[in-house]
Design a protein around this ligand. Structure first.
Ligand code: GLC
Length: 546
């Protein structure tokens, strides 16, 4: 039993569902084959009807787009590919008008090499901005200053012959790492946050949150034990090291405490504007340290555990237990089921299980992150080698993130309504087995309809967001748990049973133990079900006493 006393007052983000929009792939309104801000505005009614609480937008800032916007050239300008600042303001107004909060990406670790800060920094060792990035002489015997590697497994140091030193980059060599030990960098980057908070954003998803704090002595990383995985999926060469010194130094904590103070100085309530941290950390005690000792750092450190956990009842229950056990009192867990960096959930768990995965995501305690397209059951797109765009995929095709980034299929036609029919989308459009959004809209058996129903249920049963969770004994392959507003409030509790197998499984015993002979109403992943207490193959059901 995992019981936590419910809090009395909750902030909007403590049981929210945050919808992650990948702007390039959402909706193209200007006919260049790439999504834009106006496209997102057009779809705000769709998102409001879906029933999410907030959206988070991946970067739309001025960028050379070598890492599709995570390489920022100007933090306070909208890239013309996506529109202009007036489009952004309009998007914010439209979203707020529909009661949706808007979070944007904040990328503290690096900029584009094309950023004027780096241009000035690399102009020479005496540049006023030299120390804004991390420059070092070669190691005593020559070569890079230490053994750090990028996510692609290459040296994280590039020699700059013009200014005669190496600079550090955790990703592409065109994405140099900022030096957060320089107070001027911190101030300039805090100003970036202020700029967007002043415009009215409700918070940030902080990219690569542990990376800005590196070992001050830049010590070599130790080798990883064989088979160890630094990420939630095998990352090739990157997994050969234990990433002890290139990120997550304890100085990260004062940094995010200050960032929280900055956020607190905005908004009507003390904690209205929030920080969501991208933290790939699977030692849950380390992960939980990002909340801060007094819950004064990240509001919501993102938790990617579901992405590295096999789709099995026991493993999933164990993960939830471990995460909740590590969670500080009064903190709120987050659950990520998909992102622009990971294989799609419908491909990971399989088409038949995708509805169960959605049911799980939306019935776990805390805050859920829903990646665009997952509500349609979009699978990984098949991308021909010549169509690969992702810099990771261009290096190692098996790591390509393009399959998860294909455009949203809205309606009929050669480009599925993503862009004009005669335009070639930046990545090929894929139609999910359940059809486009338009086709799923009025189909009672569609994943879109189910997602909408789950979100509506979540609103009418606060226990789903903030209540306790208790896992129950269940037949093999069935994940069964209750969500209750109070540990003993069986009256208003909900019982969730997810059949992760491909055969029918009776759950009458689980139901009898919990609810006796009471009549129960149900919300199922299948469109119609009788009053049987048997789960059909792959079926998930939420049971509530009538
Ligand atoms: C994060 C982003 C990813 C990007 C990387 C570098 O992991 O999610 O898309 O490539 O940071 O900014």
């Amino acid at each position: 039993m995992t019981g936590r006393a419910p809090r009395t007052t909750r902030s909007w983000w403590q049981d929210a569902v945050i919808y992650h929009v990948y702007p390039r792939s959402f909706l193209d309104t200007d006919g260049d084959g790439v999504g834009d801000l106006r496209g997102i505005s057009h779809r705000i009614p769709y998102l409001a009807r879906l029933g999410v609480d907030a959206l988070w937008l991946s970067p739309f800032f001025s960028s050379p787009m070598e890492d599709f916007g995570y390489d920022i050239r100007d933090h306070t300008a909208v890239d013309s590919l996506f529109g202009d600042m007036a489009n952004f303001d309009a998007l914010l107004d439209t979203a707020h008008g529909h009661g949706l909060r808007v979070l944007i990406d904040y990328v503290p670790n690096h900029t584009a090499a094309a950023h004027p800060w780096f241009q000035e920094s690399r102009s020479g060792p005496d540049s006023g901005r030299r120390d804004w990035y991390i420059w070092r002489d070669p190691a005593p015997g020559g070569g890079p200053p230490n053994n750090w590697i990028t996510l692609f497994g290459e040296s994280a140091w590039t020699w700059d012959s013009r200014s005669g030193q190496y600079y550090l980059h955790s990703f592409l060599s065109t994405m140099p790492d900022l030096n957060w030990r320089n107070p001027a960098v911190r101030e300039a980057m805090f100003d970036v946050a202020r700029f967007w908070l002043d415009r009215g954003v409700d918070g940030f998803r902080v990219d690569c949150a542990p990376l800005p704090a590196k070992d001050p002595a830049l010590r070599d990383n130790p080798p990883a034990s064989p088979g160890a995985m630094a990420h939630h999926r095998p990352m090739g060469g990157y997994d050969s090291q234990q990433h002890l010194y290139d990120q997550g130094h304890s100085d990260i904590h004062p940094l995010y405490r200050d960032f929280r103070i900055l956020l607190r100085s905005y908004g009507d309530g003390p904690d209205e504007r929030i920080a969501l941290g991208e933290i790939h950390e699977y030692d849950w005690r380390v992960w939980s340290s990002y909340f801060g000792r007094d819950l004064d750092e990240m509001h919501l450190p993102l938790n990617f555990g579901l992405l590295r956990t096999p789709w099995q009842a026991r493993a999933t229950a164990d993960l939830v237990h471990e995460v909740l056990r590590a969670l500080p009192d009064d903190a709120v867990p987050t659950w990520v089921m998909g992102s622009h960096d990971d294989p799609r959930v419908a491909s990971r768990v399989g088409r038949a299980q995708a509805p169960n995965a959605m049911m799980l995501l939306l019935t776990l305690p805390g805050t859920a992150i829903l990646y665009n397209g997952d509500e349609l059951g979009l699978p990984d797109a098949d991308i021909a080698p010549e169509d690969i765009r992702d810099p990771w995929g261009l290096r190692t095709p098996s790591l390509s993130r393009d399959p998860a980034r294909s455009p949203m299929p809205w309606s009929d036609g050669p480009t599925a309504g993503f862009t004009a029919p005669e335009v070639t989308p930046w990545l090929p459009v894929t139609i999910p087995p359940g059809g486009t959004a338009a086709a799923q809209e009025h189909d009672p058996s569609s994943l879109l309809t189910l997602t909408r129903a789950l979100l509506a249920l979540r609103r009418s049963h606060p226990a789903l967001g903030s209540g306790t969770i208790e896992f129950l004994d269940a037949p093999t392959g069935v994940l069964a748990y209750t969500r209750s507003a109070h540990p003993q409030a069986t009256d208003r509790s909900l019982l969730i049973t997810l059949n992760l197998t491909d055969h029918a499984v009776p759950v009458d015993q689980v139901l009898a133990d919990r609810f006796g002979g009471r009549s129960l109403s149900t919300l199922a992943t299948t469109a119609t079900r009788g009053d049987s207490r048997v789960l059909a193959p792959h079926e998930g059901v939420i049971w509530t006493p009538e």
